[in-house]
Design a protein around this ligand. Structure first.
Ligand SMILES: *Cc1c(COP(=O)(O)O)cnc(C)c1O
Length: 815
């Protein structure tokens, strides 16, 4: 049973049963006797979707009739996951659907696993967009998400002999029951060609872009259901299509492949999600993807605005556009083009409208991840936009000179053009200039944005940078992912906690209550048993649900420091072997995460984790004291199984490098204690849960900067730490890679001489803090108290709170 069951249960069950059977018969054309698991899933999804449609139409109508200010969320990524349970939960129909299917002899839980994850994102940034869509619908904001309908989402990861392999992901191969194709909603997207300049009667210049190539963007809409199904927004994803499906002349002459080249070239745009996470995807196709979805979205929202108001100059009054990172930053130039060239708005007014409409969210301080595009490529692909960017830049720099800014260093650092090694357009700068607000995603990150990437901009525009600490949707990450805990919450503090997360603080009163503690632990235990089964099915390792479950699940990246965790495991393993009689706390270390296909170091870290796991798990000396598992193919659905089962959440990035993190919030919400650095939102999590209920270690962001300035040669640090030296020696000597003893020599060497991520500097502090974790675990009363207080105190990290802040301070829409 779900935590929330509506009153008219029996009638709802009967109706849903009818609706599922109707869909099975008339949409899928199967009967109950022959339907496959997938048929049942699709029939169930369609029945759920039918229930959304009326509310969707009503919401759309209301948005028009009330002439509401609209919010558009532009994101190259939406990491959605599955939608069946999510939709049913938001509609309050999970329990009824479960019973309806049971009467048909079908198990909802099993059908749910048939649904492929919509993995249209790499990691945190894409998942944030999905959480925001959920919260915007729940808060009844008239919002629309815009992105790309990739044929293939993030690659599927398998692990063979410990190495990552990538395979194309195929979420659409059996159709997508959630989406509505809108073949009538299309826009032409131009590329290349040239710009014609003509004179208007009044002597002013007019510019007409004559693209050399045109591609068609076709809309596909997915409803995004808010809590209680009260409001439904649209996620509109664009698919690319050739203007002409094939060249008939070529086909008739027998060139069957050549006849399709244009189509192939056009459709390549929405073919695949770039598997780059915080590394620049410098490919031309990436820029084409960005412009493609931004242009389609801006044309679409302007069409809607004109239909509503008939007055282009009112665009900013009625519209807020949020840029999720720099990927849609070309929108600044595209909106200027549409306003000036197409709608005849005078330049100065167009610029005012543009700035008042856009806001930009920065997600990274890594210089290599801040997008830039070569000027030659821009000129080739988007010649009119390049002209517009030059003009924006000239006016911007002239304006600064007029204000008395003369320092050429400052002027060159805030220029839209980076003149350094080959001329490049700085997309972060373009997004900053074209927006009225720029936000970081945690308090620390926003301060660092002011001090680093946008330092000079911040001095010139001190009111522009604000903070909006990320959040996650509790509907998915608590109510759906953790039914045992949700039931307990409903019974203890009432179901209204699912309407208003701040009521979680009522749990504080139960933190020391022995009865509640044991029920809280029983819920965790149930989730751990489920994960133990999953682990055995997935990698064949048996783990004890009574052990401490320690999880680090996220993209594999050097700054996230999975290597620090692996080295600690190695040190622990060596301790267990050398001191067999010591009183160790049994642990299961759980890793999951994908590495960008081209990121060799990250892939080697995956191999190391797997190599260490093989040796440790097979060694009888470790008994059940240490088990290490690397679960393949990390995605939203796997996160939903791991997070509710975790006791300990590893958030151990090099301080100053994780913009916010959102995994950290999901874990704390589900009653895991965090071991982490003072990085990203960990800082704010500490403030909320209290120093006693989180394990903080390591250098601060400022100490990291100072330490790096002093040098990253780690030889002295290693020499001063016998445990670290021993662990590194074990790895370097091939203890974990007997088949290839030198496999990790280079890795250890790099760590020794160029420890950019300060793994060695933080190692002792990390190990000592892990022993404090062990000590707390031994005192189960104290552990449970801390776990309960984590759940009780993290309401603030609901994306509903985040979206309310965006709505009030950036978008100026009422919630
Ligand atoms: C939450 C989430 C992330 C982000 O995790 P971080 O630990 O913040 O990097 C990435 N991928 C998936 C599937 C997630 O659910």
């Amino acid at each position: 049973m779900n935590a929330i069951t509506p009153p008219d249960h029996a009638a709802t069950v009967a109706a849903l049963k009818e609706e599922v059977l109707h869909r099975l018969t008339f949409t899928i054309c199967k009967d109950a006797a022959t339907a496959s698991p997938r048929d049942w899933f699709v029939a169930t999804a369609l029945a759920a979707r039918d229930r959304v449609v009326e509310s969707w139409l009503a919401s759309t109508k209301r948005n028009y009739s009330e002439d509401r200010r609209r919010v558009y969320y532009l994101s190259l990524e939406f990491l959605i996951g599955r939608l069946l349970i999510d939709t049913l939960t938001n509609l309050g129909l999970t329990a009824a659907m479960r019973d309806a299917l049971a009467e048909l002899g079908v198990d909802l839980e099993k059908r749910r696993d048939v649904e492929p994850d919509a993995a249209l994102g790499n990691g945190g940034l894409g998942r944030l967009a999905a959480c925001f869509m959920d919260s915007m619908a729940t808060l009844e904001i008239a919002a629309c998400g815009y992105g790309i309908r990739y044929d293939h989402g993030l690659f599927r990861q398998t692990i063979k002999d410990g190495w990552q392999h990538e395979y194309p992901e195929d979420w659409l191969s059996f159709g997508n029951p959630w989406e509505f194709p809108r073949p009538e909603i299309t826009y032409d997207i131009g590329f290349g060609g040239h710009v014609e300049t003509t004179r208007l009667p009044d002597g002013a210049a007019a510019h007409v872009w004559r693209p050399g190539e045109t591609i068609v963007a076709v809309a596909y809409d997915t409803p995004v259901v808010g809590w209680h199904g009260k409001h439904v927004n649209t996620l509109r994803l664009w698919s690319a299509r050739a203007l002409d499906p094939l060249r008939l002349d070529a086909f008739n002459q027998g060139d069957h492949v050549g006849a399709l080249t244009e189509q192939v070239r056009a459709e390549a745009i929405s073919k695949i999600l770039y598997p780059s996470d915080a590394t620049p995807a410098g490919q031309e196709l990436r820029l084409r993807q960005e412009y493609f979805f931004v242009s389609a979205s801006l044309q679409d929202l302007i069409r809607r605005h004109m239909k509503q108001t008939g007055d282009i100059t009112k665009l900013a009054e009625k519209t807020a556009i949020q840029l999720n990172d720099t990927h849609p930053a070309i929108g600044v130039a595209e909106l200027m083009r549409l306003l000036v060239d197409v709608h005849g708005v005078e330049w100065k007014e167009a610029w005012k409208i543009t700035q008042a409409t856009f806001a930009y969210t920065n997600h990274t301080l890594l210089p290599e991840a801040l997008e830039t595009w070569p000027v030659w490529l821009m000129e080739k692909l988007l010649p009119r936009h390049m002209q517009i960017i030059y003009l924006i830049n000239a006016m911007h720099l002239d304006g600064l000179r007029e204000k008395g800014v003369a320092d050429s260093g400052v002027l060159s650092s805030v220029s839209l053009i980076d003149e350094h090694n080959g001329r490049h357009v700085r997309m972060g700068h373009l997004a900053f200039l074209g927006s009225h607000k720029v936000n970081g995603v945690s308090a620390l990150h926003s301060e660092l944005v002011k001090e680093t990437v946008f330092k000079d901009f911040h001095r010139l525009y001190p009111d522009r940078i604000v903070n909006k600490t990320n959040g996650v949707t509790f509907r998915r990450w608590l109510l759906e992912a953790n039914p045992p805990l949700s039931r307990l919450l409903a019974e203890t503090i009432g179901t209204s906690v699912f309407d208003d997360a701040t009521l979680l603080n009522k749990l504080e009163a139960f933190a020391d209550d022995p009865d509640f503690q044991s029920r809280f632990a029983a819920a965790k235990r149930e989730n751990k048993e489920r994960l133990a089964v999953k682990i055995f099915e997935s990698v064949g390792v048996r783990v004890d649900p009574d052990a401490l479950f320690d999880a680090q699940i996220k993209r594999i990246h050097e700054y996230k420091r999975q290597l620090l965790n692996v080295l600690e495991a190695v040190a622990l393993y060596l301790d267990i072997k050398s001191q067999p009689s010591r009183d160790f706390v049994p642990r299961v270390k759980i890793f999951a995460g994908k590495a960008a296909a081209s990121y060799h170091q990250a892939k080697l870290i995956i191999k190391l984790a797997n190599d260490v796991a093989s040796i440790v798990n097979a060694d009888a000396a470790t008994r059940d004291l240490l088990k290490i598992v690397f679960l393949p193919n990390y995605n939203v659905s796997l996160a939903e199984v791991i997070i509710p089962a975790a006791d300990l959440s590893e958030q151990i990035s090099t301080a100053g490098m994780e913009a916010s993190g959102t995994g950290n919030m999901k874990f704390a919400l589900n009653g895991a204690l965090t071991i982490g650095t003072l990085d990203g939102a960990n800082v704010e999590i500490q403030e909320h849960v209290g120093d006693d209920n989180i394990f903080i270690f390591g250098l601060t962001a400022q100490q990291v900067a100072e330490s790096r300035a002093r040098g990253i040669d780690a030889r002295e640090t290693i020499a001063a730490s016998p445990r670290l030296a021993e662990a590194l020696q074990a790895v370097a000597s091939g203890m974990f890679s007997p088949d290839d003893p030198h496999r990790y020599a280079q890795l250890v060497d790099t760590l020794t001489y160029y420890d950019h991520f300060l793994i060695t500097k933080d190692f002792d502090s990390y190990c000592n803090t892990q022993r404090k974790v062990d000590a707390r675990w031994r005192d189960q009363k104290a552990w449970r108290r801390s776990a309960i207080l984590n759940t009780a105190r993290v309401a603030w990290f609901s994306s509903d709170r985040t979206i309310r802040e965006y709505a009030e301070e950036i978008w100026k829409v009422e919630v």
